[in-house]
Design a protein around this ligand. Structure first.
Ligand code: AR6
Length: 191
C-alpha cells in the first residue's frame, strides 16, 4: 500500500516537471511586448466579450477586417483550430486566434478539443517563425471550462510541445483572474 502511494507520488511529480521556458504572469495580455499573443476567439472570429473583446478593442479595427477576410476565404474556424492576424495597435506583432470548446459537461470531447486549441496555436506559431507566445486561459471564462482541468491540459500540451521544439524561446501564461493565477502558480512551482 505504502509502495503504491509512493509510486503514485513519484509519477505525479514526474508528470508536472515544467519546462523552464514556461512563464507565468498576472495581468492584461493586450499590454504584453511579445511576438505573439493568443486570443480566445469564437468560430466566426467576430469578436465578443472577455479577452477577445479586450484584444479587438486594444488592436483597433484592423484585426476585425483581417478576421472577416479569413472567414470569407476559409469559412468558420472550427473548434480546436487557429488562425493568425496582425495585432494592430498592440505591442505584440501577431494575434493567433484559437477557438476553444464550450464546456457542455465533459462528454463532448471538450478536453481533446482544448488540447487541440493549444497545439494548433503553437504549431501555427512555428509556421510563422514565431518563437515566443503568450496564452490567456482559453475556454475558462464565457465558455465555462473547469479551470483546474484546463490548466492541466494547457501545461501538459505546452510542456510536450516545448520538448519537441528546442528552438522555441518561451510560452507565457497570462492569468487575468486570481483563481487561474493561483492554479497555475501551484502547478508551475510544483517542480
Ligand atoms: N488578458 C488576459 N486574460 C483575460 C483578459 C485579458 N485582458 N480578459 C479576460 N481574460 P474568455 P472563453 C481571461 O471569456 O472562455 C468571447 O465572447 C478570463 O479571465 O475571454 O474562451 C469570445 O468571442 C479567462 O480566464 O474566453 C468567445 O465567444 C480567459 O481570459 C468566448 O468569449 C478566457 O475567458 C470565448 O470564451
Amino acid at each position: 500500500m505504502i509502495f503504491l502511494i509512493l509510486t503514485n507520488l513519484v509519477l505525479q511529480k514526474k508528470e508536472i516537471d515544467m519546462d523552464k521556458r514556461i512563464e507565468l504572469i498576472k495581468g492584461d495580455i493586450t499590454k504584453l511586448e511579445i511576438e505573439a499573443i493568443v486570443n480566445a476567439a469564437n468560430r466566426q472570429l467576430k469578436g465578443g466579450g472577455g479577452v477577445d473583446g479586450a484584444i479587438h478593442k486594444a488592436a483597433g479595427p484592423i484585426i476585425h477586417e483581417e478576421c472577416m477576410r479569413i472567414i470569407q476565404k476559409m469559412g468558420e474556424c472550427p473548434t480546436g483550430e487557429s488562425c493568425i492576424t496582425s495585432s494592430g495597435n498592440m505591442p505584440s506583432k501577431y494575434v493567433i486566434h484559437t477557438v476553444g470548446p464550450i464546456w457542455r459537461g465533459g462528454k463532448m470531447h471538450e478536453p481533446e478539443l482544448l488540447t487541440k486549441s493549444y497545439r494548433s496555436a503553437l504549431e501555427l506559431a512555428v509556421e510563422f517563425g514565431i518563437k515566443e507566445i503568450a496564452f490567456p486561459n482559453i475556454s475558462t471564462g464565457i465558455y465555462s471550462f473547469p479551470k483546474e482541468t484546463a490548466a492541466d491540459i494547457a501545461l501538459k500540451e505546452t510542456n510536450d510541445f516545448l520538448s519537441e521544439n528546442p528552438k522555441f524561446k518561451k510560452v507565457v501564461f497570462v492569468c487575468f483572474d486570481d483563481e487561474n493565477y493561483d492554479i497555475y502558480k501551484k502547478r508551475i512551482n510544483e517542480e
